[in-house]
Design a binder for this molecule. Structure first.
Ligand code: 3NM
Length: 222
């Protein structure tokens, strides 16, 4: 563990920061013409407590400007803000955390420059999950649970079976991701899902507040 690791002291965040049901992620190309900022506003209105900025197409400056605005919105509403990939932007806008993929800089290197920030890592199999814990990830993404066309070149995973293993063997928080919809989320919950990241199901919904309400109602049934 990083020596000065103390999320609670620095951010007022409990280590169970991810003990929430829905993890929101931006994707402007699937947002029905709405901007990332507009979608984040809707997510906050819907009561989503953790939001990740994910944007693969825009310039560094455009991403920085959007993250700056989203940092303000999330701070004002007590929402945890995570930036995907761009460690420099995450630090510059004082995000709560960074989310890394398997091809990004190693966690231990990012930890050196990002200090106490939350560091999440996408994992797709048992070996990657074990390594993520060893290297000090604060949470892992677990997926893809189902087929998805949202992420290009996503590694294959054993989906629900992998999620079940994580739920029984991994001590840090985890987030299920990949092809999760209102129509299959109950199955994901049955396999150990607690926090569910959904991109298209949320950002492509014409009424994000209603969609989240409906998913939450459903999750309460089991
Ligand atoms: N990461 P949707 S799957 C960003 O398995 C991402 O690590 C994945 O989008 C992983 O909810 C994925 O629209 C895409 O399927 C998720």
């Amino acid at each position: 563990r990083y020596e000065s690791y103390d999320l609670e002291k620095k951010f007022g965040l409990k280590k169970d920061f991810i003990d929430t049901d829905i993890y929101g992620i931006t994707a402007e190309e699937f947002s029905l013409g709405r901007t990332n900022i507009q979608v984040v506003e809707e997510m906050i209105k819907a009561g989503i407590k953790i939001i990740q900025y994910r944007e693969k197409e825009k310039s560094k400056l455009e991403k920085y400007n959007e993250c700056k605005a989203i940092r303000k919105l999330t701070k004002d509403s007590g929402v945890t803000f995570i930036v995907n990939d761009d460690v420099d932007i995450a630090i510059a806008v004082e995000a709560d955390g960074i989310h890394l993929g398997q091809d990004d800089m190693p966690i231990e290197e990012v930890r050196k420059i990002a200090g106490n920030m939350i560091i999440g890592l996408s994992t797709h199999n048992i070996k990657q999950a074990k390594t993520a814990v060893e290297k000090g990830a604060d949470y892992i993404g677990v997926g893809p649970i189902f087929n998805t066309t949202t992420k290009k070149n996503v590694e294959k995973s054993e989906g629900l079976k992998y999620l079940k293993w994580v739920s029984e063997n991994i001590q840090i928080p985890y987030v299920a991701i990949g092809g999760i919809k209102e129509s299959n989320i109950i199955e994901v919950k049955k396999y150990g899902g607690k926090c569910f990241a959904m991109i298209s199901e949320i950002v492509s919904s014409p009424d994000i507040v209603k969609k989240v309400e409906s998913i939450r109602k459903l999750l309460k049934t089991i």
